[in-house]
Structure formats: C-alpha cells, structure tokens
Ligand binder design. Structure first.
Ligand code: PRP
Length: 183
C-alpha cells in the first residue's frame, strides 16, 4: 500500500520506502561481512518481521536459511507482565548454529530479551539480533542488539510490518499514526 492511500491517518512519514530499502542494503552488507565463511540462520519474529525478513534475505548476496517464531505476551496488553509464550517454535535445531534474530522493532525490549535467552539455552554457536527500529525511550529491558536500522522516538508508528489493530502492516513506508485513529 502506498503512503498516499493512508495520508489522512498519519501525522508524518518517518521513513520512505526508498530510505527503508537503502537501510536494509546497508545492514545486509554488514551482515555479509560479519558472517563471511559461516552458515547463517535468520529467524523472523512473526508477524511484524515478515517485511524486513523478506527484504533482508533478498538483499543478502549469500546463502541464508530462514525460520520463524511466533511469540506472545500472556493476556491482553500485558507486555508489562514480563511473560512471553511461544505460539510457534522453530522447525530448526539450532545447536551449534549461527542464529540471527530479525525483528522490525524493539519497544520495551521484553520480547527480544526473552527470545535471546530462550534461544541461547538451545546451545547455538551464536545468537544476535537485527532490528530495523528501536525505541530507546520505551526500553525497560536491556537487550544487546548487533544491527539497528534507526533509533526512533517513542511514538505510535505503523507500516512496513508495524500494525495498529492488524492494519497498516502492508504500508511501504513507516509513519506516525494520527491520534484520531486510536483515541
Ligand atoms: C512487536 C515486534 C516485536 C515486539 C517488540 O510484535 O514485532 O516482536 O512487538 O515489543 P517489545 O520490545 O515491547 O517486546 P507484536 O507483539 O506487536 O506482534 P506482531 O509482530 O504480530 O505485531
């Protein structure tokens, strides 16, 4: 979906499709360098990471395996509860593997900090994180992130995988949602 189709729903455009694609290429070059000569498994965190996984995997000029996890906080709106459960686990045995978790955003940090320790307990050779966006002001759990696209303000952002009530994920750009949409 193009930005023009939802212009009235957005306060501003934070990143255009072109800027996002350029950043993905930049991250891909770093990843190619860092994992040269090693097998790489990238793990996408459903559902938001679908876009960045699809674009990052194709930007990587090397072989890469892909797997997926779906995780969720218990209850409704309970990220603050600190409890995460697995809705869909990996198909891959990651022991001895180099694993790169790919997500579109780190907000409080709860999901990724939990996921890293969960995957680390499976004895991979390494486990690192790549995220397109990070909200430093929202973060309550420390997470060590190897690849970050951009640090962004603590605003309600949608697009490129990020949703509001399951909408806007298919927007090519990323923008700040107008308050009249969610209030
Ligand atoms: C989003 C995003 C991260 C998580 C980050 O997923 O994809 O996985 O939130 O938030 P946190 O740092 O506060 O844990 P969400 O739970 O919204 O599910 P979705 O990807 O299906 O939209």
């Amino acid at each position: 979906m193009d930005t023009a189709s939802v212009e009235k729903d957005l306060v501003n455009i934070l990143f255009t499709e072109e800027e996002i694609q350029a950043k993905i290429q930049e991250l891909a070059r770093q990843i190619e360098r860092d994992y040269e000569g090693r097998e790489l498994l990238i793990v996408g965190v459903l559902k938001g990471a679908v876009m960045v996984m699809a674009d990052l995997a194709r930007a990587l000029d090397r072989h890469v395996e892909m797997d997926w996890m779906a995780v969720s906080s218990y209850g409704s709106g309970t990220k603050s509860s600190g409890v995460v459960r697995i809705l869909k686990d990996l198909d891959t045995d990651i022991s001895g593997r180099d694993v790169l978790i790919v997500d579109e955003i780190i907000d409080t940090g709860l999901t990724l900090s939990w996921l890293v320790s969960n995957l680390a307990s499976r004895r991979p050779a390494s486990v690192e994180i790549a995220t397109l966006f990070r909200k430093p002001e929202a973060q309550t759990m420390p997470v060590s992130v190897k690849y970050v696209g951009w640090d962004i303000p603590n605003e309600f952002v949608v697009g490129y995988g990020l949703d509001y009530k399951e909408r806007y994920r298919n927007l090519r750009s990323v923008g700040t949602l107008a308050p009249h949409i969610y209030s």
